[in-house]
Design a protein around this ligand. Structure first.
Ligand code: ZN
Length: 181
């Protein structure tokens, strides 16, 4: 197994929609293995294929029960509301307090081509929504309201300039470090 570099904010691949996987073969299995390795190396809880530059609709995740893969996922139902300080391996070190639906019903396929159907809430529900967004070319910044998004973009710009953004960042979240996805 080997680890890939994680694509970061500004890389155009993160803004493109990924294509459905039409076949599970040896190279797809190797891709999944390497994505799991990359996720662990980055200490993340989830990783979508576009984050390693591959435009396929699949992601891996591990919320403490071992690595899992979800191929061609689709969200069939969303319910409720939940606030969480979200992080993204492609926007390293930036936490954003984001409200999204709490409960998610997701369907997809595993590497054996078996259908998976999972209902999740809170953290796992958030991981699923975040990763499916990556497959649609959507970053968590786009889940903020206009005012918060302006502040988050300003943090990213000021960081590029080497400015201290800690005071501004503190306004974007409610709590300390959570795993990135
Ligand atoms: Zn992410």
């Amino acid at each position: 197994m080997s680890s890939y570099p994680v694509r970061v904010y500004g890389d155009p691949v993160l803004k493109q929609a990924a294509r459905e996987v039409d076949q599970v073969d040896g190279s797809l299995v190797r891709l999944v293995d390497n994505m799991v390795e990359t996720m662990y190396d980055s200490e993340g809880a989830g990783l979508a294929a576009p984050q390693v530059g591959v435009q396929k609709r699949l992601f891996v995740y591990d919320v403490g029960e071992g690595p899992e893969v979800m191929i061609n996922p689709s969200i069939v139902e969303l319910d409720g509301e939940w606030y969480y300080d979200e992080g993204c391996l492609s926007i390293p070190g930036l936490r954003l307090g984001i409200v999204r639906p709490n409960r998610v019903h997701i369907r997809g396929y595993d590497l054996d081509g078996e259908e998976i159907s999972i209902e999740a809430d809170e953290f796992l529900g958030r991981v699923f929504q975040h990763e499916v967004d990556h497959l649609d070319g959507v970053l968590m910044l786009e889940r903020l309201d206009d005012d918060m998004r302006r502040q988050a973009l300003r943090v990213l710009r000021d960081r590029e300039l080497g400015l201290d953004t800690s005071a501004m960042e503190a306004k974007l979240v409610s709590a300390d470090a959570q795993p990135e996805v």
